[in-house]
Design a protein around this ligand. Structure first.
Ligand code: PLP
Length: 379
């Protein structure tokens, strides 16, 4: 794969998004389609059905795309699916769980949280207890991969507990969808949201909600926002294949191409396999340089890796960041309350060659700083 990114070489994005995309995905945007163009309507249809198929939902689920970044569709999901007389239990082990709390506060939704440390997965047995103790909870909201740390939450077990208690599940699978399997046959959910740019490697600008059709039907009239009304957005598309407002045409053309490349790579297993290999290479290489991951391997999703900040007094994160950036690799600062850290992503159009290149760059910048080891403990 290791194609060059553009003629003048854009940096490689080892971040949680926006991410590196293929040249062909970018080239797919070299068209101006009108929103009523039959070709464009057909592409929308193809993209939406492909996404529904990804959760084995052809008989039961529908796809509602929404303009904006990923958070827009998380906000749409919560504000549409949780009715004004309902209550949502939010499972929080990082910043994206906290963001769902803020969304509920903005919309005056009745919400409660149960929280864990950032390096602990959410615990389904605690969820079961909370649901048993409070019959007013109608919905549970969970983040699939908490991108704050890169931790994988056990959504299948959470879904089982929520279904057993007869409540509805809402999933933010933004950073996992396309790389980790989610089947509506084994994970019962009312709605799941993700976006065009993360593991599906399209251009950013579009989110989508995969919803159980009966649950989406029941949201009619719930929305407190015109733009975020998923029911109306869905009905509009169903009536004539058109978006209610100006569609992000170029983004959808890119997404269609990205989904084609996703299939060519072997779907979730191919895509997830490449990310897993990227992650393993990165973690092994960084450990050889003394760095430590925040998470033990069994909790690490192959999406983004959090490394503890080195203890060596000569290590300066800004110099490290700039040195990697000068060499064409963009990493990401940490977002943790529990430890000083930084993050390196394994997703987007990156492969083993890019991971080795990033590791070489890390080695060089450490040598320049005079840092002998990336260890977070003073030796
Ligand atoms: C990226 C991401 C989002 C959406 O973030 P945007 O910056 O709005 O695209 C939401 N949830 C998770 C878990 C994410 O990783």
């Amino acid at each position: 794969m290791s194609e060059s990114n553009t003629a003048d070489q854009d940096p490689w994005l080892l971040t949680p998004g926006p991410l590196t995309t293929s040249r062909t995905v970018k080239e797919a945007m070299l068209h101006d389609y009108g929103s009523r163009d039959q070709r464009f309507i057909d592409i929308n249809h193809r993209v939406r059905s492909r996404l529904v198929d990804l959760v084995d939902g052809a008989e039961s689920h529908v796809c509602v795309p929404l303009q904006g970044s990923g958070t827009f569709v998380v906000e749409a999901m919560l504000s549409n699916f949780v009715p004004s007389d309902g209550k949502v239990l939010i499972l929080v082990n990082g910043a994206y769980g906290q963001r769902m709390e803020s969304i509920c506060a903005y919309h005056n939704l009745s919400a409660e949280s149960v929280s864990w440390a950032e390096d602990e997965p959410v615990d389904p047995s605690v969820v079961a207890e909370r649901l048993a103790a409070d019959s007013s909870i109608s919905h549970v909201a969970v983040v699939h991969c908490e991108t704050t740390t890169g931790i994988l939450n056990p959504i299948e077990e959470v879904a089982a507990v929520v279904a057993a208690a007869g409540r509805a599940l809402l999933i933010d699978s933004m950073s996992a969808f396309g790389a980790l399997p989610v089947s509506s046959r084994s994970i019962r959910f009312d709605a799941l949201v993700a976006s065009s740019n993360k593991c599906l490697e399209g251009a950013p600008g579009l989110g989508f909600c995969l919803a159980a059709e009966d649950a989406l039907e029941a949201t009619q009239g719930n929305s407190d926002s015109l733009c975020f009304d998923l029911y109306q957005q869905w009905k509009g598309l169903e009536v004539n294949g058109q978006w209610r407002f100006t569609p992000p045409t170029h983004c959808i053309l890119a997404f269609d191409q990205a989904l084609r490349e996703f299939d060519e790579e072997g779907g979730v297993s191919g895509r997830g396999g490449r990310y897993r290999a990227n992650c393993d290479l990165l973690v092994t290489g960084m450990r050889e340089l003394g760095f430590e991951t925040l998470l033990p391997d069994e909790l690490q999703a192959p999406i983004i890796v959090t490394f503890r900040m080195p203890a060596d007094a000569a290590f300066d994160f800004q110099i490290f960041y700039d040195g990697l950036s000068d060499r064409g690799y963009i990493i990401y600062p940490g977002k943790l309350t529990i430890a000083e850290s930084f993050r390196m992503g394994c997703i987007g159009r990156l492969d083993a060659g890019h991971m080795r290149g990033a590791l070489n760059a890390v080695r060089e910048v450490m040598a320049e700083m005079g840092v002998a080891s990336g260890s977070p403990t003073v030796s």
